[in-house]
Write a protein that binds this ligand. Structure first.
Ligand SMILES: Nc1ncnc2c1ncn2[C@@H]1O[C@H](COP(=O)(O)OP(=O)(O)OP(=O)(O)O)[C@@H](O)[C@H]1O
Ligand SMILES: [Mg+2]
Length: 479
C-alpha cells in the first residue's frame, strides 16, 4: 500500500478524523488494510466491519495492540480513526483513491461463472514475468475482498489482477467503479448462482458489465466459444480480443490433447506467432482458462514464447481446485471440493474418466448449491452422467444431493455400486471400506457440502494445517 496520512484517508473516504492525541504527529497508514484485528501490524489500517457474530469495533483495541495506526470505523473508537457512514463503502472509496494515484498499475478484471480464480492465478503467473504483480490468493472477488486486494498495490505495481464476482445485476459495475479494468476478461456464462439470477441471460447481463466498464483504450477478452460471452462484443468501446478453440478466435488452441495425468497440451496460436504449451493443471477446462490468460498477457505486451513458457510453468495457487494427489498405495485423489455447479462437475468427471482408464473410479459428490428451480433436474442429470461414465462407485453425500443418486439409479446398464450417506464422516467410512490400491477418487461439491474434509481424510499428510477454508471470501460467495 502507498503511505497515506490519516487526513488523506479521510479525504478519500469522505470521513472525519477522530481520536487523535492532542499534540502527537498525524498517524500515517502504511498498510496493510485488514478486516481481522489479528492481522494488524505496525502501520496497518483496521477496517471495523459488522460481522455475523461480532462487531468489528469491539476489536479496535486488539488492532491497536497489534500496532495498527488507525481504524476505519462507523463511530469513534478509543484511538485514531476515520469515521465514515459505511465502512464497506469506504473501503471501496479508499481503494479507488489509491488506484487513482497509481497510473502505472494495469488493472485486469476477470469474471465468468466458473474458472475465475483458476484463470486469475494463471494470469498472475504469466504477467508477473513482465513486472511486479498483485493478485489475491483465493477468490477475494466481492465488495470487501476486491478493495482489500487493490489496496495492496503501490508505486512499484505494474499488474493488478482482480477477480470480480456477482450475485446480481450491478455488482460487477460496482467493483469496476472501485478498480476500473484496462483489460477485462469474461470466461463463460453458466449456471452458478442461477437461482439468484433467474436466467442465463440475466447472468450474461451481469457479467457483461465488465466490458461496459472498459475504456476505449482498453481490451475486452471474450470467449469465442460461448455465444452469450461472444455477444458482449457489442457492449464495449474497447478493442475486442477473443479466445477459444474455433478457427475464428484471435488467441486459440490447436492440436489439443491431454497427457496421462489429464493435463492439457496444445499449440497456442496468436496473430503474432505460435508456441507449444503443456499445462501443469488437470482438466481440459483449464485450456480455455489458459487461453484467456494468454490473451491478457498479449494485451499487456508479452510475446507468445514467454507466455507459453509461463503457462507451462504455472501451478495451482488456490486450494481445492482440481488438486490431483497420488497416495503411496497408488490411489489417486482429485480434490475439487472448493465449489460445484453442473459445468465444473462435468469437467471434473471428465478428468476422473481420463485418469481412470484401466483403473477403478469413484465419485464422491455433494450438493451443487444455488441452482434454483433447475436444481433437482441438474443433480439428476449429473447422476446419469456419472453412471454412464461407468464408475465403480458413486457416493452421494447429504439430502440435497439425493437426486444425483436417483439419476444414477435410472441408468440400467450401470453395474457400479451406489452408496448414499448423510454426512462427510459416513462418506469417509464408506470409502475406506471400498478403496483398493490404484483406484481413482474424485471429491466434488459446493462449499456448503464441505467435502474437502473427505479429501483430507483420504490424504492425511496433504491436508491443510487447520482444515479452514483457505480463501472463503468475506461477505459470501459470488459467481
Ligand atoms: N473454464 C471452466 N469451465 C468449467 N469449470 C471450470 C472452469 N475453470 C475452472 N473450473 C472448475 O470450477 C470450479 C471452480 O473453479 P474456480 O475457483 O477457478 O472458479 P471461480 O469462478 O473462481 O469460483 P467462485 O465463483 O467460487 O469464486 C473448480 O472445480 C474448477 O476446476
Ligand atoms: Mg473464485
Amino acid at each position: 500500500m502507498i503511505p497515506l496520512p490519516l487526513s488523506t484517508v479521510a479525504e478519500l473516504t469522505g470521513g472525519t478524523v477522530t481520536g487523535l492525541p492532542p499534540d502527537g504527529p498525524e498517524p500515517v497508514v502504511r498498510g496493510p488494510v485488514v478486516i481481522d484485528s489479528r492481522e494488524a501490524v505496525p502501520g496497518a489500517l483496521f477496517a471495523a466491519l459488522p460481522g455475523e457474530r461480532a462487531d468489528g469495533h469491539d476489536f479496535a483495541p486488539a488492532a491497536f495492540a497489534g500496532g495498527a495506526s488507525a481504524v476505519l470505523a462507523a463511530r469513534p473508537v478509543d484511538g485514531p480513526a476515520v469515521v465514515v457512514p459505511d465502512v464497506q463503502e469506504a473501503l471501496g472509496l479508499l481503494a479507488r483513491g489509491v488506484l487513482a494515484r497509481l497510473p502505472d498499475a494495469v488493472v485486469t478484471g476477470v469474471t465468468g461463472s466458473a474458472g475465475k480464480t483458476s484463470t486469475k492465478d494463471l494470469i498472475a503467473q504469466v504477467v508477473e514475468r513482465a513486472g511486479p504483480t498483485i493478485a489475491p490468493v483465493g477468490s477475494f472477488n466481492n465488495e470487501i475482498g476486491l478493495p482489500l486486494t487493490a489496496l495492496r498495490a503501490d508505486e512499484g505495481t505494474r499488474h493488478l489482477v482482480l477477480e470480480m464476482g456477482a450475485r446480481g445485476i450491478g455488482h460487477i459495475a460496482y467493483l469496476c467503479g472501485i478498480a476500473r479494468p484496462a483489460i477485462g476478461v469474461v470466461l463463460n456464462v453458466g449456471s452458478a448462482h442461477l437461482g439468484e439470477f433467474g436466467s442465463r441471460e440475466a447472468v450474461a447481463q451481469a457479467k457483461g458489465e465488465m466490458v461496459e466498464a472498459l475504456p476505449a483504450s482498453g481490451t475486452a477478452v471474450l470467449n469465442a466459444d460461448d455465444p452469450l460471452v461472444a455477444a458482449m462484443a457489442s457492449r464495449t468501446e474497447a478493442q475486442v480480443v477473443t479466445f477459444g478453440r474455433g478457427p475464428d478466435a484471435t488467441v486459440r488452441a490447436v492440436d489439443e490433447d491431454l497427457d496421462e495425468a489429464g493435463r492439457g497440451r496444445f499449440t497456442l496460436v496468436t496473430p503474432e506467432g505460435e508456441a507449444k504449451v503443456a499445462l501443469r493443471l488437470a482438466g481440459a477446462h483449464m485450456v480455455p482458462n489458459a487461453l484467456a490468460a494468454a490473451a491478457v498477457a498479449r494485451a499487456a505486451g508479452m510475446g507468445v514464447a514467454d507466455v507459453a513458457d509461463a503457462l507451462s510453468a504455472a501451478g495451482p495457487r488456490s486450494r481445492w481446485r482440481m488438486e490431483v494427489t497420488d497416495r503411496p498405495d497408488g490411489v489417486t485423489v482429485i480434490n475439487d471440493a472448493y465449489n460445484a455447479n453442473p459445468e465444473s462437475t462435468r469437467a471434473a468427471l471428465d478428468v476422473l474418466a481420463h485418469l481412470a482408464r484401466g483403473r477403478r473410479a469413484f465419485a464422491v459428490l455433494g450438493e451443487m448449491a444455488e441452482l434454483g428451480d433447475t436444481s433437482v433436474a441438474e443433480h439428476a442429470k449429473i447422476g446419469q452422467h456419472v453412471a454412464r461414465s461407468g464408475v465403480a462407485g458413486l457416493v452421494v453425500v447429504g439430502d440435497a444431493a439425493a437426486p444425483v443418486a436417483e439419476g444414477a439409479a435410472q441408468v440400467a446398464a450401470w453395474t457400479g455400486e451406489l452408496v448414499q450417506v448423510d454426512d462427510v464422516g459416513a462418506a469417509v467410512t464408506a470409502l475406506s471400506g471400498r478403496l483398493r490400491p490404484h483406484d481413482v477418487v474424485l471429491v466434488k461439491g459446493s462449499r456448503v457440502a464441505g467435502l474437502e474434509r473427505v479429501a483430507a481424510a483420504l490424504l492425511p499428510e496433504a491436508a491443510g494445517p487447520d482444515g479452514a477454508a483457505p480463501d472463503a471470501p468475506a461477505g459470501g460467495a459470488r459467481a
